[in-house]
Write a protein that binds this ligand. Structure first.
Ligand SMILES: Nc1ncnc2c1ncn2[C@@H]1O[C@H](COP(=O)(O)OP(=O)(O)OP(=O)(O)O)[C@@H](O)[C@H]1O
Ligand SMILES: [Mg+2]
Length: 420
């Protein structure tokens, strides 16, 4: 029997948990690709790729490195909250297939040339207050330092690119993270200063608004870090992506569904993939041979998507909502009656609340200030005077899980008949 391609293929195309591998479906990133390649090509510069969660940072780096025609060895390290510089360096060396005894020899040589060994504990050139590691025989007896790692990298003939992904996980202010930041900054600076001897590049990737916030403030790296900010995708790009998947897979989204995915995604491809995948699953559960995603499939899909995201991304928001005062919750609940995650004019919302005697302007403004502070829940764009949830699935989550508001059938554009 001939296999039906659709059922096998759609899960390969909609991949919320994996970065994008298919160049044909990678839309809207031409400028970022150029910026990244420029950053990595230029001597002494190291790209720092930042942006919100799920905006496509890891995909961008993968795609750019894949397209870049230089021959290079790529090493990837996924950071975690308690990662030390030593662990990071050990992982790099291990991936490069390095034997530890070989390293010792290289560093002893480096020491005789540069007067620094660096590889072993705090001999020379370390930041000082870190616990001294005594050199013992055997595994884990050596402590890798930036200079040591640099020396090894400089001894290699190949072009190495070390990608530190999920760097934001280290971004708390505990002791470990401080040392990690300092050491990464040291390594970046050493690589930048010695670019003629060592072609290795660092690529730091993480959720942040600025390279400085991500890496911490280190004067030494201000000149060597090349910040590349990944913006949310434009609506046209998401439309192109969805249209291409329809063509490739020979199925269709109901036009209102497609529009709603585009509008509600806020430009976050993570959301687009997650919601599309769940909506198609719902379509198949309804009828295995169906090839048109209906409004109902989409709404069922959203509920599933929220459940799924809830386990990972949205859990922290429940805590945030739990701590709020009653009046603040009313503010949020009423906001949830607007169409899912559409930008809402603050003035319109304030008017609605006043006209229906739910809340006066002054109270509205002070609650707004609190909930937008540090982008805790809401994001406002002062220029356009609009308001939206920081995370694209936030509205759906609050609506279904917290306020239990039935989602209406009508998801078309002019749904401003609010039940405020
Ligand atoms: N330009 C694009 N066009 C279509 N889909 C994309 C694009 N960029 C990324 N994606 C998809 O978006 C989702 C999120 O991408 P990715 O994992 O790269 O984001 P991220 O910013 O690294 O996320 P996180 O902050 O969780 O690390 C993936 O499903 C990926 O396939
Ligand atoms: Mg990522």
């Amino acid at each position: 029997m001939k296999k039906n391609g659709f059922l096998e293929k759609y899960e390969e195309i909609f991949t919320p948990s994996a970065p994008m591998e298919d160049r044909e479906l990678f839309f809207g990133r031409e400028q970022e690709l150029v910026d990244f390649k420029r950053g990595i090509r230029r001597k002494g510069l190291h790209p720092v790729v930042i942006g919100h969660r799920g905006v496509g940072k890891t995909s961008l780096v993968k795609m750019a490195l894949h397209e870049w025609d230089e021959t290079h060895t790529i090493i990837r390290v996924t950071c975690n909250a308690r990662m030390s510089f030593h662990e990071f360096a050990a992982s790099v060396l291990e991936q490069l297939g390095v034997d530890r005894t070989e390293i010792e020899t290289i560093y002893e040589n480096a020491k005789s040339v540069h007067g620094k060994a660096g590889i072993f504990s705090s001999e020379i050139g370390t930041s000082g207050n870190e616990k001294t590691t005594v050199r013992k025989a055997g595994e884990n007896s050596v402590k890798y330092e930036p200079w040591g790692l640099y020396s090894y990298l400089a001894s290699r003939k190949d072009n190495i690119i070390v990608v530190l992904d999920e760097y934001d996980r280290i971004n708390s202010n505990n002791k470990y993270s401080k040392h990690f930041h300092e050491n990464v900054a040291d390594l970046m600076k050493t690589l930048a200063d010695n670019a003629e001897y060592c072609t290795t590049k660092l690529v730091v990737v993480g959720i942040s608004q600025s390279a400085q916030k991500l890496l911490g403030e280190h004067e030494s790296i201000e000149r060597s870090a090349r910040e590349i900010y990944i913006r949310p995708l434009r609506q046209e790009d998401i439309n192109d992506f969805l249209t291409s998947t329809e063509q490739d897979l020979n199925f269709s989204f109901h036009p209102a569904v497609k529009e709603s995915i585009i509008q509600s995604s806020n430009g976050y491809p993570y959301y687009v993939h997650l919601v599309s995948l769940q909506a198609i699953d719902a379509m198949i559960d309804r009828d295995k041979s169906a090839r048109s995603v209906s409004v109902e499939d989409f709404e069922n899909g959203i509920v599933k998507a929220v459940e799924e995201a809830f386990r990972s991304v949205l859990r922290k928001y429940q805590g945030a909502v739990n701590g709020l005062k009653e009046r603040e919750l009313i503010f949020i609940e009423k906001f949830c009656y607007y169409p899912l995650n559409r930008d809402v004019y603050i003035n319109t919302f304030r008017d609605h609340m006043q006209r229906r005697n739910i809340m006066g302007g002054q109270e509205f403004d002070s609650i707004l200030t609190k909930l937008t502070h540090d982008q805790a829940l809401f994001y406002t764009s002062r220029n356009s005077g609009r308001l939206r949830f920081v995370e694209p699935l936030m509205g759906a989550f609050l609506k279904s899980k917290i306020f239990k508001i039935q989602s209406g059938r009508n998801i078309s554009k002019n749904q401003l008949d609010l039940e405020l």
